[in-house]
Design a protein around this ligand. Structure first.
Ligand code: SAH
Length: 372
């Protein structure tokens, strides 16, 4: 490894336990170093080898020469009136992403991004308007958890973040290479030790990738359904033209059948006034989901400029929920959180784009000057 340039050096932050083991083998060290270093990085929030006090000085020097622990840089740290907290993280000169922490009575959920922008063109999503920039590397995805754990002041095994949802920017199933090791780190007892029920991958329905990911990891699944028939879904979630509902539902069934323990699926459904929120849509949904172990989460549409959509009135949402509920489908309506700081679903794009552009323009200016 000695001839590796520091700039291209392996970043230990993004390696899961197997990755760390291979790395230590490569530099001629014992495999147990992997769990030791993993604990330092993820449980103790250490990014400086000199703070790893149970490693010999010689080993610390060797590590400094052969790898790095690079973490995302916090550009903005905002807290909403309702306690929702959002971090704008800078990854490189051109790219920023947002991560949102949502505290509730019995849990703390972290909503993380898997791509900068998104290649899918769901018509009601602000991220889609931004276009696709690039996939995030594993260190950039797990780095969001690392930042949250540290900034929330969590003790090594304390779980301030009890749940992680891949519901920020991007389509996680189009970045499997980096999402899989990230999920492994989230669930590793040497790192954050989250159970499979508490790590949720949300997808708009990339059917082949659904089969691939669940061969590798056992996590919870959320489907961004948003329409109960192909005609409407082809418009709202255009990837439906490639993988229509029949195929999506079959993939969901394979997921349910493939689990070692009982699985269920979370169905996300954004409520768009006069578009997908009528009683007939609820009835179609009942037929579509019949017999499947699902929980439906209705999401109030968060408007953004020129979206062309409106938010369903809350009594209409309630009526929709009641139809599903009466058919025996567990249904909840998501509370909109953090909208005063643009941290609500689908709002993570516009402002980032502006800031990203600013960052591009002023790459020479220290990040502290970009705040505010
Ligand atoms: N690409 C993945 C992960 C993103 S999840 C997926 O589609 O599942 C983000 C969730 O927020 C999705 O369910 C998405 O459809 C929803 N969403 C997007 N824009 C929204 C908006 N303007 N208002 C409410 N929810 C929105």
């Amino acid at each position: 490894m000695s001839d590796v340039q520091k700039d291209d050096a392996v970043n230990l932050l993004g390696l899961d336990l197997d990755g760390l083991k291979s790395f230590f083998a490569e530099i001629g060290e014992k495999p147990f170093r992997a769990s030791q270093v993993m604990k330092w990085i993820h449980q103790f929030g250490v990014s400086d080898f000199d703070d790893m006090t149970n490693l010999s000085k010689a080993l610390r020097e060797k590590l400094k020469a052969s790898c790095v622990i690079r973490v995302p840089e916090i550009v903005i740290d905002q807290t909403s009136n309702d306690g929702t907290r959002k971090w704008l993280l800078r990854l490189d000169n051109n790219n920023c992403i947002e991560t949102v922490y949502i505290p509730e009575n019995d849990r703390g959920t972290l909503c993380i991004s898997s791509q900068v922008g998104c290649a899918l063109e769901c018509t009601f999503c602000a991220t889609a308007k931004q276009g696709f920039n690039r996939n995030l590397a594993a260190w950039e995805i797990i780095g969001q958890m690392w930042v949250a754990h540290k900034m929330l002041g969590a003790e090594p095994k304390e779980r301030k973040v009890t749940n992680v949802v891949f519901m920020g920017m991007g389509e996680p199933l189009l970045n499997l290479k980096h999402v899989i090791p990230t999920a492994k780190i989230l669930m590793d007892d040497n790192a954050y030790g989250l159970s499979k029920r508490r790590v949720t991958i949300s997808t708009s329905g990339v059917v082949p990738a659904m089969d691939n990911i669940f061969k590798e990891i056992d996590v919870s699944l959320a489907i961004s359904l948003h329409a109960p028939n192909d005609e409407l879904r082809d418009v709202l979630v255009p990837i439906n033209q490639k993988y229509p509902l029949k195929e999506l539902m079959a993939a969901c069934q394979r997921y349910i059948d493939g689990g070692t323990s009982k699985r269920h699926i979370l169905i996300e459904y954004v409520m768009l006034k006069d578009v997908n929120d009528q009683p007939k849509h609820a009835r179609e949904m009942i037929r579509l989901l019949k017999g499947m172990p699902v929980k439906v989460n209705l999401i109030p549409f968060n408007p953004f400029e020129d979206s062309g959509y409106e938010t369903t009135a809350s009594n209409d949402t309630y009526a929709f929920q009641t139809i599903l509920h009466n058919a025996g489908i567990r249904t909840t309506t998501r509370k909109t959180r953090g909208d005063d700081i643009d941290a609500a679903c689908g709002q993570l794009a516009g402002k980032v784009k502006d800031r990203t552009r600013r960052t591009q323009q002023y790459t020479e200016i220290p990040v502290s000057d970009l705040i505010g």
